[in-house]
Ligand binder design. Structure first.
Ligand code: SF4
Ligand code: SF4
Length: 440
């Protein structure tokens, strides 16, 4: 048994044994899991794959005079502006109105590259934010904040895709040729972070990671996180399961480790490079980090049929061989994620740790509650919500406009003295939560 604190001490002394996920698989094959547990302190895992559920928050800085940006576009790509006043969220899959092959992912990549981009913003104009329109160039130096915040990344396993139908189909798994013409798959197999810590024994809230070349953090279970899936004989989920919410300073990211992409007839997406260090704290973790592409399996699904039925189970070793068999037919396989980039990221992260530039963090919370994923039912009729009579939250805003002391704060709670009220009406439009004033 080791602790993260002990491993960090070894890292600082330059004594930590850090292997990439591929290196540890080789070591385990030669010397066994017990030796891995004894000898290895940290295993670096990585993935470089299209992750649609990604994006970045931006604070543009206030204009002169100030404005509340409500409709925002960067290079013709809509940026979500419902955050006031000059904050926006660039969703990776948001497409440009002029060019469907260009979108939010490209904006994020271009900003990280340091390019100048055209910002157009409109607002209704208010007394405190009088400006109604802005047009000008921004880059990552001119904006205040620019941080990546990805709601669903690093999917733990992903089904491979094929197509039994008679026509070519275009999907987020790429172009699928008719009559089982090909198979595509994602994840970096034995390099993939959540396949090497399948029960998430070490990865949780606050885990420091490599995110697109900068330091990032795991901050929550990602959307569609589920842990109620089947596992294979090695304890590894065989279908999409856990996911991560990750955050990191986009101003510090390296454009080498992310890439905007367009999948024909599907849309824009973003390749995200993530590296996760897994501390080898005990034999159970050593067992999982040692699992190889032969032992990690996934389902092959038929995207040519409704419900995408499962056709078979395959190992990543089979998928990586270039061919698998479906219904007695040899079918060509190809990956949509880059193992080469994942390998590079795992190696860069290994170097950061070996050089003492990257210490491990102990999660403040593990994501081990039971979670499942719901499908969206088409509920056509339901009891509608009723508008509740607003109740006072004791903010105190009304007190300042009452010149007759009929509205007062007593012990931080609103007190209305009816006898003092002259019904002047000054308070009638100030309550932000809609309490009818004066409260008569
Ligand atoms: S209506 Fe009454 S409570 Fe409201 S501001 Fe006037 S005096 Fe105060
Ligand atoms: S009545 Fe409205 S404005 Fe006055 S204290 Fe309550 S919540 Fe605030």
């Amino acid at each position: 048994m080791k602790t993260i604190e002990q491993i960090n001490e070894k890292i600082l002394k330059g004594e930590a044994v850090v292997l990439t996920a591929e290196e540890v698989v080789s070591l385990a094959k030669q010397e066994g899991v017990k030796e891995v547990a004894k000898k290895v302190d940290v295993v670096t895992t990585a993935t470089f794959a299209p992750m649609c559920s990604s994006g970045a928050f931006v604070n543009f800085g206030h204009t002169k005079p100030p404005m509340r940006m409500e409709r925002i576009e960067i290079e013709g790509v809509e940026v979500y502006g419902g955050l006031a006043a000059v904050d926006g969220y660039i969703g990776a899959t948001q497409e440009s109105k002029q060019d469907k092959t260009f979108g939010g992912a490209h904006i994020i990549e271009l900003l990280i590259r340091g390019e100048n981009l055209k910002l157009n913003a409109e607002g209704k104009g208010t007394d405190c934010y009088p400006r109604k329109q802005f047009e000008g160039y921004i880059n990552k130096q001119t904006i205040n904040d620019f941080f990546m915040f990805n709601p669903r990344n690093a999917y733990q396993n992903y089904s491979a895709a094929t197509n039994s139908s008679d026509r070519t189909i275009y999907t987020y798994m790429g172009k699928l040729l008719p009559r089982f013409g090909n198979v595509t798959y994602s994840t970096s197999g034995e390099l993939s972070p959540l396949l090497k810590d399948p029960k998430m024994l070490t990865i949780g809230l606050g885990t420091k990671i490599f995110l697109c070349g900068a330091e990032g953090y795991v901050v929550w279970p990602g959307t569609q996180f589920r842990n109620d899936v089947k596992v294979n004989e090695h304890g590894i989920p065989i279908s999409p399961a856990r996911t991560l919410v990750v955050i990191g300073d986009a101003k510090r990211m390296n454009p080498r480790y992310l890439r905007a992409a367009y999948f024909k007839n599907y849309g824009v997406t973003l390749f995200v490079g993530i590296g996760v260090p897994i501390p080898v704290l005990n034999e159970e973790i050593a067992h999982f980090v040692s699992k190889s592409n032969e032992e990690i399996t996934t389902e092959v699904r038929d995207y040519g049929k409704p419900g995408r039925p499962v056709l078979r189970l395959v190992s990543y070793a089979e998928l990586k061989s270039g061919w698998i068999e479906i219904d007695g037919k040899k079918v060509k396989t190809s990956s949509i994620s880059s193992v080469a980039m994942a390998r590079e990221i795992a190696d860069v992260l290994r170097k950061w740790i070996v050089e003492g530039r990257f210490l491990l963090t102990k999660p403040v919370k593990l994501f081990n509650e039971d979670r499942s994923v719901k499908t969206l039912e088409e509920i056509k009729e339901a009891e509608r919500f009723k508008i509740q009579e607003p109740t006072c939250v004791n903010c105190g805003m009304c007190v300042g406009v009452c010149m007759y002391d009929a509205l007062k704060m007593v012990n931080d709670a609103l007190k209305f003295e009816e006898d003092a009220c002259v019904r002047c009406g000054l308070c009638s439009d100030v309550c932000p939560v809609g309490v009818k004033l004066p409260p008569l």
